[in-house]
Write a protein that binds this ligand. Structure first.
Ligand SMILES: N[C@@H](CCC(=O)N[C@@H](CS)C(=O)NCC(=O)O)C(=O)O
Length: 228
């Protein structure tokens, strides 16, 4: 029996979605954050204490990409292009890695800096805001916008990340793109219409809706983007 340990408002939502897509029975255990972090009982589930954590029988898996690859290999081979589909397979590999390897570190840095600035005592706020603004405008924002432009160009030519069919790469990319629009919508909305088309496409899938219906943090992942 598979158990998914879902820390609320975290990357593990995409695994709930994947499990719904592949229609494998699973138990969902949900954990509220404590002061923004994983609670102690969650930290004990794996050596790094990070979300997501999935158990399947005696196996304990963590790191989103490794979990997605495991589930696809074991239960849903159709969600990865086959050896003969070289172009789709290269796209699959690229976007599987882009999610955690490129997008998330930059998005995380922005969320971290902005949240830190908001928590700064009033008398230091001006100087911290200037510092954050400088790092964002000179380095982080141009990198993020360039990655989003590249992603948008890719989705202009492909229905899903690895061609015509939903794959593990879409599952991986759903988290950075959803959180970017959810938390920083004004910086993205109306600029990347193909990304928005894809976000509407995945949100319209019955399995995505089934995942939203199961979790306690539905509000974190429901976008309802307007069509342009
Ligand atoms: N690259 C890792 C990142 C894991 C990660 O940082 N998870 C965050 C949730 S989005 C977490 O567990 N944060 C809670 C904490 O560190 O206390 C993965 O994709 O599994």
């Amino acid at each position: 029996m598979i158990t998914l340990h879902h820390l609320l408002a975290s990357r593990s939502f995409r695994i709930v979605w994947l499990l719904e897509e592949i229609a494998v029975p699973f138990e969902l255990k949900q954990y509220a954050r404590v002061d923004g972090r994983a609670p102690q009982e969650f930290k004990k589930l794996s050596p790094l204490g990070k979300s997501p954590v999935l158990t399947d029988g005696d196996l304990t898996l963590f790191e989103s990409g490794a979990i997605v690859e495991y589930l696809v290999r074991k239960y849903a081979r159709q969600m990865k292009p086959s050896e003969g589909e070289e172009k789709a397979l290269l796209q699959y590999d690229y976007w599987m890695h882009d999610s955690e390897g490129s997008m998330m570190p930059f998005l995380w840095a922005v969320f971290f800096l902005d949240t830190g600035a908001q928590k700064t005592p009033f008398f230091m706020r001006f100087i911290i805001d200037l510092f954050v603004k400088g790092i964002r405008s000179q380095y982080l924002d141009p990198e993020i916008q360039s990655m989003f432009k590249y992603t948008d160009d890719h989705l202009a030519k492909n229905t899903y990340f690895a061609g015509d069919n939903l794959s593990g790469a879409d599952i991986m990319m759903s988290f950075p793109l959803t959180v970017a629009y959810k938390r920083k919508g004004s910086e993205f909305e109306g600029k990347y219409l193909h990304i928005e088309r894809w976000l509407r496409l995945i949100e319209g899938r019955p399995a995505y809706q089934a995942a939203l219906a199961k979790v306690e943090d539905k509000d974190q992942f429901e976008l309802n983007l307007p069509s342009h």
